[in-house]
Design a protein around this ligand. Structure first.
Ligand code: TXA
Ligand code: MG
Length: 351
């Protein structure tokens, strides 16, 4: 069943109170509102209302065992949701909130089962986006929100991308322009003695370690074969409109060779590459530049837009240039690997 989606335009820095109140009212009534955060757009519902949260899974086509993050506007709201906050969790929250960090903690009974997919833990995040925080405050409830894309698609970093996937399926979309960070929050499991990185994101591994010392890294982040601990990490994700091949950062020559070979076979070829690399690409290739190699944060910001570029510029195959896996590069490569679904090109190792 299609519904009429309302579009509410607000200023990112100084959001219109009336528009946000309307959106908050929809959430209080059990409806679905897509809203911007500093990372990506989220699809929000009242996080304490199981029926409302069920609507999120339906609209996205999301598997029920993939838990949602609860978004809060004030740290004290943790008390109602978290059964235990370890010292490490507290230090991380102190340092990185508001911001792109989700802490996984033991949950209380106030959190409906549907939010956590039956787990006894819950992911909680206090976003830095003014629009997001004002909306949560006005809704006066924790807001459950996954990224506002159809399940399996790249996350949306502007309202147009949300509309492309969810128009007619949700009650409203708050349009406040594009998101600054561009990849989702870092998810850290803080329930054990050593914190564990479950999903790399806006807060880098280096930043986490500087605050809490050693952080374990879920092996599934870099190696596809391992079974991820974060339920959401096991599903197809970020898939663009054509098969994507990810080329190792140290193999530019292979990237160019594969592009030429596919052109010779008569294929329409797309490339997701740096500005530096774009100069060497044959003119017949459909190119989405994701930024400069010198600015991984720019690449993070433009990554999902580049993946979605091929929705409207059809090609038969896409090649993406890899990056070094340090800083935000770890999150970027994690997403590109998932977009590639195992299609990797690297130089054969010599032993
Ligand atoms: O930046 C973000 O985090 C965005 C914005 C909207 O806040 N949200 C987002 O949500 O990316 P989503 O649902 O697309 O991704 C949430 C991730 C999934 O990989 C999920 O499995 C994991 O967080 N997660 C949530 N709760 C968890 C839990 N209790 N234990 C382990 N992983 C959890
Ligand atoms: Mg998502």
């Amino acid at each position: 069943m299609r519904i009429q989606t309302r579009y509410l335009h607000v200023d990112k820095e100084n959001p219109d109170y009336f528009a946000l109140s309307q959106a908050a009212e929809i959430i209080r009534q059990g409806g679905l509102v897509a809203f911007p955060t500093e990372t990506v757009y989220g699809l929000g519902a009242n996080g304490l209302d199981a029926r409302a949260v069920a609507g999120i899974f339906r609209a996205k086509g999301r598997p029920a065992d993939n838990p949602l993050i609860l978004h809060i506007a004030e740290v004290y709201e943790m008390k109602k949701l978290a059964a235990e906050i370890t010292g490490q969790a507290a230090r991380l929250m102190d340092t990185f909130w508001p911001g792109p960090l989700t802490v996984v903690v033991k949950r209380t009974r106030a959190v409906p089962d549907i939010v956590t997919g039956g787990l006894d833990t819950v992911g909680i995040r206090l976003p830095d986006s003014r629009v997001a925080r004002d909306l949560i405050r006005l809704a006066a409830t924790p807001v459950a929100a996954p990224s506002a894309n159809a399940s399996g698609r790249p996350s949306p970093t502007d309202a147009q991308a949300v509309a492309a996937d969810l128009d007619g399926k949700i009650d409203a979309i708050i349009d406040a322009g594009s998101c600054q960070i561009g990849v989702e929050s870092t998810v850290v499991d803080c329930t054990g003695t050593t914190p564990m990185l479950l999903r790399p994101g806006g807060v880098t591994l280096e930043m986490l370690t500087a605050v809490v010392g050693p952080v374990a890294v879920d092996p599934a982040i870099s190696h596809k074969e391992a079974r991820p601990r974060s339920p959401g990490m096991k599903y197809t994700h970020y898939a663009p409109a054509a098969p994507l091949w990810l080329v190792d950062s140290a193999a530019e020559d292979l990237l160019l060779r594969e592009i030429r070979r596919n052109l010779e076979e008569g294929k329409r070829v797309g490339a997701i590459i740096s500005r530096e690399m774009a100069l060497d690409i044959p003119g017949s290739v459909t190119v989405a530049v994701y930024g400069s190699r010198r600015s991984p944060s720019e690449i993070a910001e433009k990554l999902y837009g580049a993946l979605r570029y091929f929705d409207t510029h059809p090609v038969d195959v896409i090649f993406a240039e890899g990056l070094e896996e340090k800083g935000i590069g770890l999150a970027i490569m994690n997403r590109l690997r998932k977009a590639a679904g195992g299609r990797m090109i690297h130089r054969r190792q010599s032993y």
